[in-house]
Write a protein that binds this ligand. Structure first.
Ligand SMILES: [Zn+2]
Length: 265
């Protein structure tokens, strides 16, 4: 069920800085038939990752357009961060593949959903393996200044043209550092951060940027997704979840925090 109603969460309230989880596909929790994959909202597969009850292992399919292969450091950090918080006794593997998305220049959230569903090939979302999908296409998000966007429970895109343009003066921060941070940041949204599918007991969601941290040392800091990142982050770009983020994830995993809108639990 697509386009039943689009809920735009304060998307452009503060210029483009809160665009990173795009327009949600409400109603996506329900499929027309049981055999159809349910896509949900960012955070809809959080417990599926944090717990091993449904999925013992996980694969992240990383698809990139020619010339847009993510850095090996990005891939290893991504794997580390997932292994840090998700209970996957069967392991987390990353499958990196060059892909022709047959789509250029401007991407809407719907384009990302549609091309993602057409091009993913790794693993179906059933059985014992959880599958998430990261796309690194050529081109840009339709809203300018957005470096990455999470569009449903398992899919996110990172726009390396814009990441490269966002590199700071004298490469501080470098495009590689920004790419790494934005990638972990989008996966953080797939993990439900911040307050997407639960309510934190910590006051760390930024007032002006829903779904984002007010701590500049968290990878979920609101400026991480923005092309203005180099003007907000002067030294090292955070690529780690902070203690509040980790506490939220632990609370959801243990059941201490109620978690809503889950496709699997
Ligand atoms: Zn974000």
């Amino acid at each position: 069920m697509r386009g039943t109603s689009l809920l735009v969460l304060s998307l452009f309230l503060f210029s483009n800085l809160s665009g990173c989880f795009g327009a949600f596909e409400e109603g996506g929790l329900f499929s027309d038939s049981d055999s159809e994959e349910k896509f949900g909202i960012p955070g809809g597969l959080t417990l599926a990752c944090l717990r091993s009850t449904q999925f013992e292992s996980m694969v992240v399919e990383v698809d990139y357009s020619e010339g847009y292969e993510p850095d090996s450091q990005t891939i290893s950090t991504l794997k580390d961060r997932l292994e840090q918080v998700c209970d996957k006794p069967g392991g987390v593997s990353i499958l990196v593949t060059q892909t022709d998305f047959q789509h250029e220049s401007s991407w809407s959230a719907d384009d990302i959903r549609e091309k993602g569903r057409e091009t993913r090939e790794g693993v179906p979302q059933d059985g014992a393996r959880l599958r998430w999908h990261l796309m690194f296409p050529s081109g840009s998000y339709e809203a300018s200044g957005v470096l990455g966007v999470a569009v449903d429970a398992s899919t996110a895109a990172i726009f390396l043209d814009d990441v490269r343009d966002a590199e700071g003066f004298l490469s501080r921060p470098s495009a590689e550092d920004i790419e790494e941070a934005v990638t972990v940041h989008e996966v953080g949204h797939l993990l439900g951060l911040i307050n997407l599918v639960y309510e934190s007991s910590h006051q760390h969601e930024d007032d002006g940027h829903p779904g984002h941290s007010n701590n500049e040392d968290s990878v979920m800091y609101w400026a991480i997704e923005s092309s203005d990142i180099s003007s907000f982050v002067s030294n090292d770009v955070p690529d780690q979840f902070d203690s509040d983020d980790l506490d939220d994830l632990a609370g959801m995993a243990s059941g201490e925090l109620a978690t809503v809108d889950q496709l699997w639990d």
